[in-house]
Design a binder for this molecule. Sequence first.
Ligand code: ADP
Ligand code: MG
Length: 479
Amino acid sequence: MQKMANNDDECWSRVKGRLRTNVGEDVYSSWFARMDLESVSDGAVHMSVPTRFLKSWIQSHYADRVLSCWQAEVPTMQRVDLTVRTPMHKAALCKDNKVPVEELRADRNGSRPLSGPRVNGPSITTDTADALGPSPLDPRLTFDSFVIGRSNTLAHAAAKQVAEGRRGDPVMFNPLYVHAGVGLGKTHLLQAVTFAGNASGQRKVLYLTAEKFMYGFVQALKSQTALAFKDTLRGIDVLVIDDLQFLQGKSTQAEFCHTLNALIDSGRQVVIAADRPPSDLESLDDRVRSRLAGGLVVEMGSLGEELRLEILKSRVATVRVHHHGFEVPQAVLEYLAKTITHNGRDLEGAINRLLAHNTLSGQPVTLEMAEREVRDLIRPQEPRRVKIEDIQRVVARQYNVSRSDLLSSRRTANVVRPRQVAMYLSKTLTLRSLPEIGRRFGGRDHTTVLHAVRKIEGLVGKDPVLADEVELLKRQLQE
Ligand code: ADP
Ligand code: MG
């Protein structure tokens, strides 16, 4: 190894500058801030990082970029060597004459990780262990209490399949991606998978909310135990992530992407829930979206009346385990199932109120009492979730053009106006952002969408024929 010269140092700062620009501030500070230059010799540069985790991460995800940043400064550079620089750790390894556990566990060819305690590497402080721990589970959310109906049959079957898998079984669909609106049973299903999977003793299932994933990761980086986080993930067979739509921040997303790839590539199962399909997760980049869409994507629809009735019955049965005297007449259940149409949470809320009233006042549950107690849970029928595809289809039909015309770059008047109308409706009837709408209309820029929205807004004020057309389209879409 050559001694480092002054100009190596300058060169190194320039390389860091390039790297920072290349990967962005977020990624840079997560991964490269603690990378040091050790030496530069003919055609090779030697750098070090404080943990093995950082080393393997940088090697597997950023090796090319690091090299090309070096090559931009030193065109003859051919190789980047990366080592872990914890002297204490190295000493321990030599003394024990052991191969690092992580390397034994590394699942190169899809082989399964060995479980067992880690013997080397930094120990996890309690704080961090907490941050890395699973999200708490609600013991009531099991497969036994999950009621199957038309809207969730497929999601349930897929979840069950995942939960019953054994270590080493081929993975049928990966990831399993379940999406549905609020209160339609995503968390219930995911926790059921986790509970059942762990109860079988066959596999280790880790349930994390997206927030927990973010928090755990950020914590791990801060306390320099990213290794521990990675290890936690490595030791599990199934990773379950709830509410993926809350995953935020560039570096966490990059992290999520890497984790997802690493798990899937090594044959581990990933289960995800979100309130929208992968294509609508606007803040995620295209590669992650397509990876998510590459498994089995299942939507759980709204709860039908029959399903609502069964859920109510199941709830009452659960409550009765502790409150034997709690009786809810069939007529009351039917009334609730008919009127509380919105979601499962309100159904649960309704039962809780009846229970509270019943135990506090000692009065039996009657229809009249139920009507009074749950009045505010009865919401007007939610407008249907309108999809951009439906808008495109209905608009195309109305104006007698094809859907691909709407997505095309054709600029003839008979397509331009319908396209603008469709964009306008997409903005007003869905919660999608302008860039997302642009993407769904053949990859257009958000300013084009904004222009269309303003144009139509302006026109409906002046042109009663167009105003009627737009109104009619709205009604068709919301029926
Ligand atoms: P989400 O995570 O989709 O917002 P949850 O899983 O939290 O919804 O469900 C909300 C409530 O509705 C919970 O009390 C849950 O037990 C109940 N629920 C929803 N779907 C079902 C179902 N199919 N069977 C039993 N309970 C359900
Ligand atoms: Mg949920």
